[in-house]
Design a protein around this ligand. Structure first.
Ligand code: PLP
Length: 367
């Protein structure tokens, strides 16, 4: 059994993939070739925003907008601690400071009340540091509370970036993830809901100036041409071959989204009362990047699964505010109680569109 079965998907679309890859080999435009722009157009349309700027990874999709907003030393950005490291890493890379915020125990997403309290505490204590923005993460595929988050941001004059690395395809109040804040970043890492065969990502926005800056940053800060550099940028381009792969995968993505939901539904039914199953709020949907449950007997559950040959994982065993590299560690221990409690009890089960009912029954039985 696979934790995420990419083989089953590949078998299904293999012919189309080969055709598209061969086509790229023939035309030879490996950097910013026609597939990249075709994909960007399709993704922007899918999400419902004006611009999609593809790039080299989900991490760069977070980094580039922070660069465009000129985030740097002396700036503070509010971010959950219970997330993949990249959400905070990009802040530190630019010399700014991440200020960690606690999560909602049922959705595992940033808690708007904790966010406001953390901003207030920061503003009353910070000497010289400037509150700049919020990176909200849609953990495991479910959008965070954007109405509340965007409202807090506008009251405090902060930007909002939607970390949609795990949530491409999810919906919130009739809108698609990627369109829930003025800027969104997603990832095409192979294991994400829409993944390519390498690294990749994209930024979504509807602001023309910002889109232009992002395109420039993606190409070493280029101005009118490659050898005119108007700002400091990065090599953040997305490969044509990967765009070709994604075009093929996008064609079956909505069907896969439906299949993921069915898998989640069967888990919820079979596991109710045995572990705490994830809660998706009624005004939104998840794309189930991970199916994560809570149990006080986590070690027991994990060892039973292991004995049965069922792969499982812990996302995330150590919150960012307790990581050595995010050095506030000791001073913050105990500060984010919900985050620290959830990290002790959470684990994730196999989740992909091709998980069979028989395999699922076995997983449920083992737990
Ligand atoms: C995967 C992920 C990223 C980074 O994406 P990469 O493509 O791996 O660079 C950022 N944030 C979250 C929440 C992620 O899960």
């Amino acid at each position: 059994m696979q934790f995420i079965d990419l083989k089953a998907q590949q078998e299904r679309i293999r012919e189309g993939l080969e055709r598209r890859i061969l086509n790229v080999l023939d035309h030879g435009r490996f950097i910013l070739g026609p597939e990249v722009f075709e994909l960007e157009e399709k993704l922007a349309q899918y999400v419902g925003v004006k611009h999609c700027i593809s790039c080299s990874s989900g991490t760069d999709a977070l980094l580039m907008p922070l660069m465009a907003l000129e985030v740097g030393p002396g700036d503070a950005v509010f971010v959950p601690s219970f997330t993949f490291v990249a959400s905070a890493e990009v802040i530190v890379l630019l010399g700014a400071t991440p200020v960690f915020v606690d999560i909602d125990p049922r959705t595992f997403n940033i808690d708007p009340r904790a966010l406001e309290a953390t901003i207030e505490a920061f503003l009353s204590q910070s000497e010289g540091a400037r509150a700049r923005g919020i990176i909200a993460v849609n953990l495991f595929g479910q959008p965070a509370d954007y109405e509340e988050i965007n409202d807090i941001a506008s009251r405090y004059g902060l930007f909002v970036i939607e970390d949609a690395a795990q949530s491409f395809g999810a919906e919130y109040r009739g809108k698609k993830s990627g369109a829930l804040a003025p800027i969104a970043a997603t990832s095409f890492f192979p294991a994400k809901p829409l993944g390519c065969y390498g690294d990749g990502g994209a930024v979504f926005c509807s602001d023309d100036d910002l889109a232009e800056k992002l395109c420039s940053i993606r190409q070493h800060g280029q101005g009118t041409n490659k050898y005119d550099n108007v700002r400091v940028g990065i090599n953040g381009r997305f490969d044509t071959l990967q765009a070709a792969v994604l075009l093929e995968k996008l064609a079956i993505f909505d069907e896969e989204r439906k299949l993921r939901n069915e898998v989640a539904g069967r888990y919820a039914q079979g596991l109710a009362g045995k572990v705490t199953v994830p809660e998706v709020r009624s005004d939104r949907s998840s794309v189930w990047a991970q199916y994560s449950v809570l149990s006080d007997a986590r070690e027991d559950c994990l060892s039973r699964l292991k004995t049965a040959g069922i792969p499982a994982a812990i996302y995330y065993p150590k919150p960012l505010h307790l990581q050595e590299a995010y050095a506030c560690a000791d001073s913050l221990r105990g500060a984010l109680q919900v985050t620290e409690d959830i990290a002790q009890r959470i684990f994730s089960l196999p989740m992909h569109p091709y998980l069979s009912e028989e395999d699922q029954a076995r997983i449920i039985q083992s737990i």
